[in-house]
Design a protein around this ligand. Structure first.
Ligand code: 3SL
Length: 232
């Protein structure tokens, strides 16, 4: 039987061996929800970057630059980090260079895995089906916030564990804790997360409608995969 594990923060990645694993990277609010939305609406590729300058440099190569720092669109970037920006038909077939405070950092820290896919509630069932079909053990990497654990990524990890519970073995208590939390939260995740740190942080920036959207399961069936450092 395959194992399933959850890394609750990228700062804990030294405890995990990504080799021979399918890694699902998740940053529910909002990076991986944006990426999922972008591919569902026809974007060609997304190149993820940890560093702002590396991302900005891609402009010269014809890329749209996208992302945020501390929730705010970066000066000089074409796009921010709201999923609604990625529903724009004008982006169809375009290439995006993307950097965010936590989400793209988690992708970079997962390099070396057999397969890296982008997870969000928006493509939850598609991700579960995809990782089920691969022969590798599964690791969900939560982007968290600046090395700290967050609740929304943990809930997504728990949702994946719940979906695969009859066909995987839990590798430690992190997937078990995530599963318990998800089962408590699943009937009203918006309410469950109302006092969570990033929901409050986004609230202070006046960002409300993104939250409900990012917590809506199974809007899309795309599963973005990292191939040669580019998501397709
Ligand atoms: O940290 C990230 O990667 C972002 O998704 C954070 S924010 O929701 O844009 O603030």
């Amino acid at each position: 039987m395959k194992t399933i594990d959850v890394c609750l923060s990228p700062d804990l990645m030294h405890l995990y061996n990504v080799q021979n694993h399918t890694v699902v990277v998740v940053d529910i609010l909002r990076a991986t929800s944006c990426m999922t939305t972008a591919f569902a609406h026809g974007i060609a590729t997304i190149a993820p970057f940890a560093q702002l300058q590396d991302c900005l440099a891609m402009k010269e190569k014809g890329y749209f630059t996208a992302g945020e720092r501390d929730g705010k669109k970066v000066d000089g970037f074409d796009l921010g980090n709201s999923p609604f920006e990625y529903q724009n038909p004008a982006l169809k077939g375009k290439n995006i260079a993307f950097t965010t405070t936590n989400g793209t950092q988690a992708i970079v820290k997962s390099l070396g895995a057999k397969e890296i896919v982008i997870g969000s509630f928006l493509n939850l069932s598609a991700v579960a089906t995809h990782v089920r079909e691969l022969p590798y053990d599964i690791l969900v990497v939560c982007a968290g916030w600046k090395g700290k654990v967050n609740l929304e990524d943990t809930l997504f990890a728990g949702a994946v564990v719940e979906k695969l519970k009859n066909e995987t073995e839990l590798a430690c208590d992190a997937p078990l804790a995530a599963q318990h939390l998800y089962n408590q939260a699943k009937n009203d995740m918006v309410a469950f997360l109302s006092t969570s740190s990033h929901v409050k942080r986004l609230g202070k920036l006046g960002i409300h409608k993104d939250i409900e959207f990012c917590l809506t399961p199974d809007q899309y069936d795309v599963v973005p995969r990292l191939v040669d450092n580019v998501l397709t």
